[in-house]
Design a protein around this ligand. Structure first.
Ligand code: IPD
Length: 265
């Protein structure tokens, strides 16, 4: 069974329950936790527990599927379905109790993204979409803001964990900021894409995302009417992700390509 609607029925409660799990663990988190790619890239016991919870549940419900998780889960599977899991996207916010963090679960069918769910436990929000089925927040349809101009666009972005990448990302921002309404840095790529999908911001871009940061939010943003891609006419990915209403996407793509925003460590 690889029907995206059925898979979404599995993913939605999983993301919500994993969100409840990380909320239950939040009081025991401290700022001196482990780090990963750099000294500022934090990982907590809650990241590991939430990933284990999701992977364990999937291994019972969908034993033949593959998984890819931020905290190390990885298996090939034989069914053609692969789950892509970020147990806490926005871990820095989580350890500081800043609300924008969530659980992100996507599924590919035969290597194509088919669905995504992002739960935002502090606010009891759950964003979801499957390809061709529209995007929803707590069951209500959502859509991107239509046709904002660059000058009036509220643009979300994010920064990687490596110092050299951040230096270059800041240089791009220096040139972009005077051209748009303002910039937001919420601290969770998955939620940036969901906020775009419901019109809280007009656009989102970032260099350096991993598949688990991007996959679920990309389906939700596209199903809400955004174009999601890189700066050179290809699919979004680690090299670059830009998402916005199609007209704004093209205008921002030209500006960011001119700034060589994807030419970055
Ligand atoms: C990070 C967040 C952040 C983005 C980083 C991601 P994590 O994910 O999505 O907003 O700027 O690029 O790595 O580490 O919190 O799962």
């Amino acid at each position: 069974m690889t029907d995206a609607a059925d898979l979404l029925d599995i993913a939605r409660p999983l993301a919500i329950e994993a969100g409840e799990l990380i909320e239950a663990m939040r009081d025991s988190v401290d700022l001196s936790g482990d780090t990963k790619s750099s000294s500022v890239d934090v990982v907590t016991a809650a990241d590991r527990a939430a990933e284990a919870f999701i992977v364990d549940r999937l291994s019972v419900l969908r034993p033949d599927d593959g998984v890819l998780g931020e905290e190390g889960a990885g298996s090939e599977g034989t069914s053609g379905v692969r789950w892509i899991i970020d147990p806490i996207d926005g871990t820095t916010n989580y350890v500081y109790s800043v609300p924008s963090y969530g659980v992100s679960i996507a599924a590919e069918v035969d290597a194509d993204l088919a669905l995504g769910v992002v739960s935002e436990p502090v606010f009891n929000r759950c964003y979801s979409a499957r390809v061709g089925g529209g995007a929803f927040k707590n069951g209500e349809p959502i859509s991107v803001n239509t046709d904002p101009s660059v000058e009036t666009a509220l643009v979300a972005t994010g920064f990687g964990y490596l110092a050299e990448r951040r230096r270059r990302q800041a240089e791009v921002l220096v040139d972009l900021l005077p051209q748009v309404r303002d910039i937001r840095r919420f601290g969770s790529a998955a939620l940036d894409l969901c906020y775009l999908a419901e019109g809280l911001v007009d656009a989102y871009y970032e260099r350096g995302l991993h598949a688990w940061d991007l996959a679920a939010g990309a389906v939700i943003a596209s199903e809400a009417g955004a174009t999601v891609g890189d700066l050179r006419g290809n699919a979004a990915g680690e090299h670059f992700t830009l998402a916005a209403h199609p007209a704004l996407f093209e205008a921002l793509r030209a500006i960011l390509a001119g700034l060589e925003a994807d030419d970055c460590p």
